[in-house]
Design a protein. Structure first.
Length: 87
């Protein structure tokens, strides 16, 4: 299988930005796809650290609110983010 190393932190930040979107194109299907992909990437790289709903009162399974979430940085990713911001 072909492998390419990529930086996961920008992918997580991109996913979180898109999961926060509220425009007409940020549909349930759009956000569900992002969630599925970023969770797989984070699990495969040992960086999954959970997520939180953007609005706990709007988080029924399968709804737009359910997929409006923010994935947390793993400790390894948090260290990397801190190094970037310090540079």
């Amino acid at each position: 299988m072909a492998r390419k190393s990529i930086d996961i932190l920008p992918l997580l930040e991109f996913a979180n930005q898109n999961l926060e979107r509220q425009d007409e194109f940020a549909t349930v299907g759009f956000k569900a796809g992002i969630c599925s992909m970023i969770e797989q990437i984070l699990m495969e790289t040992g960086n999954y650290a959970g997520f939180g709903f953007l609005d706990n009162s709007d988080s029924d399974t399968g709804t737009l609110g359910y997929y409006s979430r923010h994935y947390y940085y793993s400790s390894k990713m948090r260290d990397e983010a801190n190094k970037r911001s310090a540079a």
